[in-house]
Design a protein around this ligand. Structure first.
Ligand SMILES: [Zn+2]
Length: 277
């Protein structure tokens, strides 16, 4: 396993892909531990749109950003809509969405950039964080793949966007598929099974796991397969393999919250930035 949780000086935990070169990128996936928010957002909720106290979310974002060497005001984050829009972030966008949801990059589920020290951040509670590093041309990306985004092939499309914008090649692109709901817990309805069969006709038996008359979707495999379809070598794709629902004491999980009759929960975040001056 090349994904691990590293404890920081601030007593946070950073989820790290050890395959990502530390001299080239700063990256981390947060956990729910070490923040200031009260139940059901306890405690490191990093999303402004879920009903938590905004002051607490901003305090949490400050803690998370500074644990990675950034200021809150540096972060760029979008308003995620389970779509397939990909946005190229430039210096002029620095800080968008960092302190106000209204100011976030509109209706976007993936960000890419080749600007150095410009942290891109997306929020998650069971959906898949997919992080990209172009080790040759110096560029990074991050995508949000729930079932909708995954079946719209947002991971593959983010790679294409990096290729178009930065000349990223499949050989030089490293990807990390972060903690998210696993096939152990992710029961889906017939509509998802049908869409999956349309989009992945050759892999549907692998992606839809049947147990006790129910269907479970393997989001990790669906994202890995679409990246391999566009040419990424299997060894370039790292899968954390941690289920957020099974590990709801570590991560925010929408499905786990629902099991406990909670209508809301917090969000973890994945953040990535290119290093350099
Ligand atoms: Zn699970």
């Amino acid at each position: 396993m090349s994904y691990l949780l590293r404890r920081t000086e601030e007593n946070l935990f950073h989820g790290k892909f050890t395959t990502f070169p530390d001299d080239l990128v700063t990256h981390a996936i947060s956990t729910r531990i070490g923040g200031t928010s009260d139940k059901p957002f306890n405690s490191l909720n990093l999303a402004l749109h879920v009903g938590d106290d905004a002051e607490k979310v901003l305090a949490n974002r400050k803690i998370f950003a500074s644990s990675l060497g950034f200021k809150l005001e540096d972060i760029v984050t979008p308003n995620q809509v389970h779509g397939e829009n990909i946005f190229r972030v430039e210096e002029v966008h620095r800080g968008r969405g960092s302190q106000s949801y209204d100011d976030s990059i509109k209706e976007t589920d993936a960000l890419i950039t080749n600007v150095k020290n410009l942290p891109l951040m997306l929020c998650f509670a069971d959906c898949v964080p997919i992080m990209f590093v172009d080790i040759e041309n110096g560029a990074v990306g991050i995508a949000h793949g729930g079932w909708k985004g995954t079946l719209k092939k947002i991971a593959a499309k983010t790679f294409w966007a990096m290729k178009e914008n930065f000349g990223t090649t499949a050989e030089n692109c490293l990807v990390g598929i972060g903690p998210s709901i696993g096939a152990c817990c992710y029961e889906v309805g017939e509509n998802v099974v049908e869409t999956c069969a349309e989009i992945f006709p050759n892999n549907v038996d692998e992606l839809i796991i049947k147990r006790d008359g129910k269907n479970f979707l393997d989001l990790w495999a669906a994202n890995k397969i679409q990246l391999m379809e566009v040419g990424l070598p299997a060894q370039n794709i790292d899968v954390a393999g941690e289920c957020t629902c099974c590990n709801a004491n570590w991560y925010f999980s929408y499905r786990d919250a629902r099991k406990n009759n909670l209508t809301e929960t917090g969000r973890i975040a994945a953040l990535i930035a290119l290093k350099g001056i």
